[in-house]
Design a protein. Structure first.
Length: 199
């Protein structure tokens, strides 16, 4: 896997992902980005920031209908607004949550409304700065092209066992996979795929 990482880094250059001013902004972005493009998430985050709603307390107390309007551009806005309020209320009452060990933190996150494995692991990696590799649709697609099959946990284990337990490396590798997937997989430019060529 490290060879794939080096190939992607050489092809795309560093991505320095996830763009956020605070860990809580990462949490919000991880929920808003479900089933939508990041460009839409950026618009919603600007809406929230301009209204002072990028803190757990104020966000959890804001009017649900108003919140829906602020994030409407991300799609599934009613569902996401409820999730944001629930998650914000939890973080407001648990400011030291990121100090928990990875597995315990993951279990807690997965118990929250609307937080699945990919969202939980994104929060762990990018907000808590703990080494947990994120498996998303692009990662699964690239793995299939390399002849690697498996469920979420199996693919995650493969990456984590193949790489050093290094947070910056995990962040950069995941960001590179996403960017590569957008540029190549989404346009089916398989003939020039540097990932398959590296296998």
């Amino acid at each position: 896997m490290y060879d794939i990482y080096k190939k992607l880094l050489k092809t795309l250059g560093p991505k320095s992902w996830w763009p956020a001013d605070t860990p809580f902004e990462v949490v919000i972005g991880a929920i808003l980005t479900q089933q939508t493009k990041w460009e839409n998430v950026e618009k919603a985050i600007i809406n929230l920031k301009t209204r002072g709603l990028m803190e757990p307390g104020p966000l959890s107390e804001t009017n649900l209908g108003e919140l829906e309007e602020y994030i409407r551009c991300t799609g599934f806005y009613r569902q996401k607004a409820k999730r944001l309020k629930d998650v914000s209320a939890f973080f407001s009452g648990n400011p030291e949550i990121f100090e928990k060990p990875i597995d315990e933190l993951r279990d807690v996150l997965l118990s929250l409304n609307g937080v699945g494995e990919e969202t939980a692991d994104s929060i762990i990696l990018y907000a808590a700065n703990k080494p947990r590799f994120v498996i998303d649709a692009y990662t699964r697609r690239i793995c299939r092209c390399m002849g690697i099959e498996g469920d979420y946990g199996e693919l995650q284990s493969l990456f984590e066992k193949s790489l050093p337990q290094d947070v910056p490396l995990y962040k950069e590798f995941h960001a590179l996979i996403v960017e590569y997937g957008k540029q190549f997989c989404g346009r089916k430019r398989c003939d020039g795929c540097v990932v398959v060529a590296a296998v």
